[in-house]
Design a protein around this ligand. Structure first.
Ligand SMILES: [Mg+2]
Length: 254
C-alpha cells in the first residue's frame, strides 16, 4: 500500500504568512508510524523539498517530494535531488536547471518590482508563488500579472488557494509524481486540498481502472475547489482529521 499526502492545507493549516506553516500536532509522528507499517509513504507538495525536510525531518522513512515532483529530499545525503524529466545528459540537465532557474528568478524579480501592496513573492528555486492572501482584492491584478510573466518567460501558470504559481512547463505535476511512487503497489491513498492535487486524483482514477484499490481524500474548507471535493471519495474537515486517518491506517497495519 502507498499513502501519499499533500502538505499545506492537508498536514498543516493554511496561514497568512506561508513561511509560518507547520504540521499540526501528531502529523510527523503519524507519518513515521505509518512508514513503518505500509509499503510507501510520501509527502508530495508544491513547497521546496528542503522546506519539507525542515518541517518533517523526523517522519521516519517518509519520502519528501517538493515542487510538485521537481525535487526530492535525499535522506542519506541530506540534499535536494532535482528531477527534471529531460535527462539527455547530466550536463544538459544542469544547463536546463540553470535556464529554468533564471527564467523563474526573472519572473520573481519582475513580480516584486511591480510592488502590488500585500502580495508576497515566495521564491522556491525552480518555481515561484505569488500570494495575495493578505490582499484578496488584488486577485485579478496578480493573476493577470502572472499570465504576462509566464508569457514573457515561457513558464506555466497554476492557480492555488489565494495564490498563483509559475513553474517550468515540463509536464511534471502531482499526477506524474504519484505515478512514479505507485509502481508495484496494489492499494494507493492520496490526500490533498487544492487544485494542484487534482492531477494526483486523476492518476488514482487511472490506477483504479487498472485494478488498483484507490482512495482520493479531499480536505474541505471555504476555499476548497469544488471540483476537488467532487472528485474525492472521502472529504475530511481539516488537517487534524487527516492525521487521525493516518493514525488509524497505521494501527490497522501494525
Ligand atoms: Mg495543499
Amino acid at each position: 500500500m502507498g499513502v501519499f499526502v499533500d502538505f499545506d492545507g492537508t498536514l498543516a493549516r493554511i496561514v497568512d504568512d506561508p513561511s509560518d506553516a507547520t504540521p499540526v500536532a501528531g502529523a510527523v509522528e503519524a507519518l513515521a508510524a505509518l512508514a513503518q507499517h505500509v509499503g510507501r509513504v510520501a509527502v508530495i507538495s508544491g513547497r521546496p523539498a528542503s522546506y519539507l525536510a525542515s518541517r518533517l525531518r523526523d517522519s521516519g522513512a517518509t519520502v519528501l517530494i517538493g515542487l510538485y515532483g521537481l525535487e526530492r529530499w535525499d535522506r542519506t545525503t541530506n540534499r535536494v535531488v532535482t528531477q527534471l524529466p529531460l535527462g539527455a545528459s547530466e550536463a544538459a540537465d544542469r544547463q536546463e536547471r540553470r535556464d529554468w532557474g533564471t527564467a523563474v528568478e526573472e519572473a520573481a524579480l519582475r513580480a516584486q518590482t511591480a510592488g502590488i501592496q500585500g502580495v508576497v513573492v515566495e521564491r522556491k528555486g525552480l518555481t515561484v508563488t505569488l500570494h495575495y492572501r493578505a490582499r484578496p482584492s488584488e486577485e485579478a491584478k496578480v493573476r493577470s500579472m502572472a499570465l504576462a510573466l509566464a508569457e514573457q518567460e515561457g513558464l506555466a501558470v497554476h492557480a492555488g488557494k489565494m495564490s498563483v504559481e509559475l513553474t517550468p512547463p515540463v509536464g511534471v505535476d502531482k499526477g506524474t509524481a504519484v505515478a512514479e511512487m505507485c509502481e508495484g503497489l496494489s492499494a494507493v491513498l492520496f490526500a490533498g486540498d487544492d487544485t494542484g492535487d487534482l492531477p494526483a486524483f486523476a492518476e488514482l482514477e487511472r490506477r483504479r481502472s487498472l485494478g488498483v484499490a484507490t482512495l482520493s481524500v479531499a480536505v474541505s474548507s471555504e476555499e476548497a475547489p469544488a471540483d476537488l471535493l467532487r472528485a474525492a471519495d472521502v472529504v475530511l474537515d481539516d488537517p487534524a482529521e487527516v492525521v487521525e486517518m493516518l493514525r488509524m491506517i497505521a494501527r490497522t497495519f501494525s
